[in-house]
Design a protein around this ligand. Structure first.
Ligand code: GUN
Length: 285
């Protein structure tokens, strides 16, 4: 059996078309959605992500502002910019690209962003709201995964879901979303004793580990939906995921590729959160 490929580019194109229409409607009524992106330091991967986010905004008719700071910037300068953007009613989303340089207190920076403009969904209040099932900005990568599962009508209620990775950005919110959708969720991590025991039981397997080709076909339950969140660069310069696509595709029922899987969906959900934030601001105005 060869797995069905869940095409993140195609799904993104469809959703971004709908978002562009909403953005145009808001703009016509006097509220053009606007995302401010802050990048600190010269990490090449972060620079690429930020460039793709800004380009995604432009194509969808969302205004974007980009603020770049040197690696040795004082945290107070970035916090000052965040305060300025919080107070600017024409800005609807604020995103600080992670990771930040070591001398930054990441938590303090994320908490400085106004909850209403936290389109990454990383502020502790949004995380708490999500965990309680209250309206919240949902972190973009796990939200994109949920859209991908929905697009192929994956049954979630009662499904066995296994998430490998427990990061604040992906693993933890992913587990919350799957739980809220009725799945029975197991979160595996570096301390998990028998990883294969868990992964082989999964109807839905989400890999967010950060290790190239870590999940091999023998770890996948036949027919499972395999979601690969990893983006790793191999020594030859090529991108690959956390899943060994070649061996997993012969076992899985459906699988996301890398590139062209979860990656574009992350940016699509960021655009969706920005449009939603602008829409809330317009309703309040
Ligand atoms: N670094 C890796 N993923 C993300 C993300 O989704 N948002 C931000 N701000 N930084 C990241």
């Amino acid at each position: 059996m060869t797995a069905r490929i869940i095409d993140g580019n195609a799904l993104s194109a469809k959703l971004r078309g709908e978002l562009a229409a909403k953005a145009a409607e808001l703009t016509a009524k006097g509220t053009q959605p606007c995302l401010a992106v802050i990048l600190v330091g010269g990490d090449p991967a972060s620079a690429v992500y930020v460039r793709n986010k800004v380009a995604g905004c432009e194509k969808a008719g969302i205004r974007s502002l980009k603020f770049e700071y040197a690696q040795d910037t004082a945290p107070a300068d970035v916090l000052g910019k965040i305060a300025e953007l919080n107070a600017d009613p024409s800005v609807h989303g604020i995103l600080v690209q992670l990771p930040l340089p070591k001398h930054f207190d990441e938590k303090a920076v994320l908490e400085a962003i106004s909850v209403e403009k936290d389109v990454d969904g990383f502020h502790a209040e949004n995380v708490g709201r999500l965990s309680q099932g209250q309206e919240a900005f949902i972190p973009c990568t796990p939200n994109g995964v949920m859209e991908m599962l929905k697009s192929i009508e994956t049954p979630l209620r009662g499904a066995e879901a296994v998430v490998i990775g427990r990061s604040n950005i992906v693993g933890k919110p992913m587990a919350m979303l799957l739980t809220a959708a009725g799945a029975t969720v197991t979160v595996c991590h570096s301390g998990t004793r028998d990883l294969n025991f868990h992964t082989r039981r999964a109807d839905i397997l989400v890999a967010a580990i950060g290790k190239p080709k870590f999940v091999t076909g023998d770890m996948v339950r036949p027919g499972a939906v395999v979601i690969d969140v990893g983006i790793n660069r191999l020594p030859d310069g090529k991108l690959c995921g956390d899943v060994d696509f070649e061996s997993a595709k012969d076992v899985a029922g459906a699988i996301t590729p890398v590139p062209g899987g979860v990656g574009p969906m992350t940016i699509t959900m960021l655009l969706a959160n920005t449009v939603e934030s602008a829409s809330r601001a317009a309703r309040k105005a």
